[in-house]
Design a protein around this ligand. Structure first.
Ligand SMILES: Nc1nc2c(c(=O)[nH]1)N[C@H]1C(S)=C(S)[C@@H](COP(=O)(O)O)O[C@H]1N2
Ligand SMILES: [Mo]
Length: 418
């Protein structure tokens, strides 16, 4: 891999760590039975393992988390047209919540509702036109609050929710915005999510906005990924990023009414910084380096480093753990080789628009690969764990060991050196 172009704001200290130093620290950690002299300076360098995870996950390679019977993305032909899930038939309605609600004093209102009934519902050409002026692009990892593996990462493109809500004129008494997608008009299949008014309307400098996405990795969003239009909430777990978006409702109810909350999940938990460990071969011949690889998501609290801890399977349960830093994937030297044709990194939020280099690394709410090579392990059974350390120096699973606000328990892999 070529070294990245240095950028003024990017510290290379975090990801450039010599592989040999890594291996040496692994072995100097006092593990019984490990050879201490594996790193002879003349030893031939083993080929570096290929980056196991591309920065952009092909749309069809995302892990899928879809409800629906049948799943909306299985519809074809006329059923798809009836569902209004083709580019020509897609419509978005935006209305104010009129349900009687003892929790609120006054109902929300908007001066210009967009409805199917009066022919004002938003269509795709109008949204794309809005995108010509207000469209933004960013990289974001999709991750389910409940699944111990990232679902995928994409370059998402769309129009901020705040710009779409501006089409509705004056909003009154609005404290929350909730939304859902096509669900066969069956209340039992409704999968709904929500954001606060401020989260929708006010994006802090350098932050990524909630948006209505219509492109993924340079292509229209496929049906299986939630197209034609999907809500994408960059700071949140996947359940906020509603697929097959068709309806937005503004409400004066201040409470999060996400379907996920009813299923014992924290509906306000932002994306958690967490490392994920790839599977390892069950048996590895002695003398061969053991390549540890995985992914790490940089969540709300950012990422300082990923560490691993190796122990012998026969180690005492109370044996001290030694955590060793791994190497983080560096930013690509040539972004044009990674991004879809015609997309410059200068246009992407989170990048310096002058240099085209990422302003932070990893980018906020994105994921990168990490790796480490373990050398000179004596034959025997081992177990290895990985954890992320955030920018506040909290090591995973802290500060949020509560599974319902983002699953982030440490992963363990076992292998045997034979
Ligand atoms: N309409 C709709 N949107 C949805 C879901 C769903 O079931 N229906 N699942 C959500 C959940 S829980 C997750 S984790 C993500 C998964 O996104 P993906 O299938 O594109 O990977 O989609 C979210 N959006
Ligand atoms: Mo999810």
């Amino acid at each position: 891999m070529k070294p990245p172009t240095p950028s003024h704001s990017l510290t290379r200290r975090n990801f450039v760590r010599a592989g040999s130093a890594l291996a040496a620290t692994a072995l100097a950690s006092g593990l019984p039975g490990t050879a201490q002299a594996a790193e002879a300076p003349t030893a031939p360098k083993p080929a570096a393992p290929a980056a196991p995870h591309p920065l952009l996950t092909p749309a069809e390679k995302f892990r899928d988390v879809s409800r629906g019977n049948p799943k909306p993305h299985s519809l074809k032909g006329d059923a798809l047209v009836q569902a209004r899930l083709t580019p020509e038939t897609w419509r978005l309605e935006i209305t104010a919540d009129a349900t009687p609600n003892p929790a609120i004093k006054e109902q929300a209102g908007l001066s210009t509702p967009l409805t199917l009934a009066d022919g004002t519902a938003l269509d795709l050409p109008t949204l794309l036109k809005l995108g010509e002026r207000h469209g933004v692009k960013y990289l974001k990892a999709m991750q389910c609050l409940n699944i111990p593996a990232p679902l995928g990462q994409g370059l998402w493109e769309g129009v901020p929710l705040r710009e779409v809500l501006r089409l509705c004129g004056q909003l009154r008494n609005v404290r929350r915005i909730y939304y859902w997608g096509f669900h066969h008009h069956d209340p039992k299949q409704l999968f709904q999510s929500s954001v606060s008014y401020s989260q929708a309307m006010e994006t802090a400098p350098g932050e990524l906005p909630a948006f209505l996405a219509y492109r993924l990795n340079g292509e229209p969003i496929s049906l299986v990924r939630g197209g034609p239009v999907r809500m994408v909430i960059p700071w949140a777990h996947g359940f906020k990023s509603i697929k097959w978006l068709q309806r937005i409702v503004v409400t004066n109810d201040y409470r999060a009414n996400d379907t996920y909350a009813e299923q014992n999940n924290d509906p306000e938990a932002p994306l958690k910084t967490a490392a994920y460990l790839d599977n390892l071969p069950a048996k590895i011949p002695a003398g061969q380096p053991v390549h540890l690889n995985g992914l790490v998501i940089s969540g709300l609290s950012g990422l300082k480093r990923v560490e691993y801890s190796l122990s012998r399977a026969d180690a005492k349960a109370d044996a001290p753990e030694h955590w060793t830093a791994t190497q983080l994937e560096a930013p690509p030297a040539d972004w044009s080789a990674v991004l879809p044709a015609g997309v410059s990194s200068r246009q992407i939020l989170g990048f310096n628009p002058q240099t085209g280099q990422p302003a932070t690394w990893p980018l906020r709410y994105s994921m990168v690969s990490w790796s480490a090579s373990l050398k000179g392990l004596a034959p025997g059974k081992y177990s290895v764990r990985a954890r992320a350390v955030d920018l506040n120096d909290f090591a995973q699973p802290e500060p949020r060991p509560i599974q319902k606000s983002g699953r982030n328990s440490l992963e363990t892999r076992e292998f045997e050196v034979v």
